[in-house]
Write a protein that binds this ligand. Structure first.
Ligand SMILES: Nc1ncnc2c1ncn2[C@@H]1O[C@H](COP(=O)(O)OP(=O)(O)OP(=O)(O)O)[C@@H](O)[C@H]1O
Length: 204
């Protein structure tokens, strides 16, 4: 996979302004929904807009907006690679320019957060390692941590100990998760993958 599209952005970060890119991904119907002959309530009508095809009456429908616009929307047949390229790549690889970046998924249970984030992380790490390989004149340190926040309790996904971790307010660093495992000796993709596998197994 090439990085030509993001290269310029990586060398010339856009300054200190904050930017938020919001995209929506529609999940395909699962086999249970198909068996029930469910129909998706949502439809992408272009790259930026989804519409709600609800079953309300015409008079009720006028009370609710039916079209919602985002920076990007992805239809149910969009593969992870396309979601990554169009929705997360620029953010994910901006870290090599020293920009603080974050990609996260939000949605109800079974909406596809894990499916999407696993795909995005794999493509992002491939790109980041590719960049590092091609810039041997620079030194990079990659750290990897994984935590789950569930029912307001924080759990370290790289530790066998499932005791909830405490959140501390550090005057300089902001909110800090106490005792979160931080692997800072990631040598290559395979090394990362061993931690990553551990996270995937714990998510089940
Ligand atoms: N875009 C997609 N294409 C194909 N299958 C998908 C897609 N998104 C989600 N799925 C499937 O739907 C199921 C639920 O997805 P996933 O586990 O990612 O949801 P989640 O939002 O992480 O759920 P939870 O909050 O319960 O952990 C999984 O079996 C996943 O493989």
């Amino acid at each position: 996979m090439g990085m030509d599209g993001g290269e310029e952005q990586m060398q010339e970060p856009a300054g200190c302004e904050e930017r938020i890119f919001v995209s929506v991904r529609l999940r395909p119907l699962n086999y249970k929904e198909i068996a029930r002959q469910d129909v998706s309530d949502w439809e992408c009508i272009n790259d930026n807009t989804i519409i709600y095809r609800n079953s309300l009456s015409v008079s009720e429908r006028s009370m609710y907006p039916t079209a919602y616009t985002f920076d990007r929307v992805f239809s149910p047949d969009c593969p992870n690679q396309q979601v990554y390229e169009a929705g997360a790549k620029a953010v994910a690889i901006s870290v090599v320019s020293g920009i603080n970046s974050s990609v996260f998924a939000y949605g109800q249970t079974s909406s596809g957060k894990t499916y999407t984030m696993i795909g995005i992380t794999e493509y992002a790490m491939t790109d980041i390692y590719d960049y590092i390989q091609r810039h041997k004149e620079r030194e990079f340190i990659l750290k990897f941590s994984a935590m789950e926040i569930y029912n307001e309790s924080v759990r370290d996904l790289l530790s066998a100990d499932s005791t909830p971790l405490r959140l501390l307010d550090d005057p300089e660093r902001g909110t800090v998760v106490e005792k979160l495992t931080e692997e800072e000796t990631l040598q290559d993709w395979n090394h990362l993958n061993s931690f990553y596998l551990c996270v995937k197994l714990k998510d089940r």
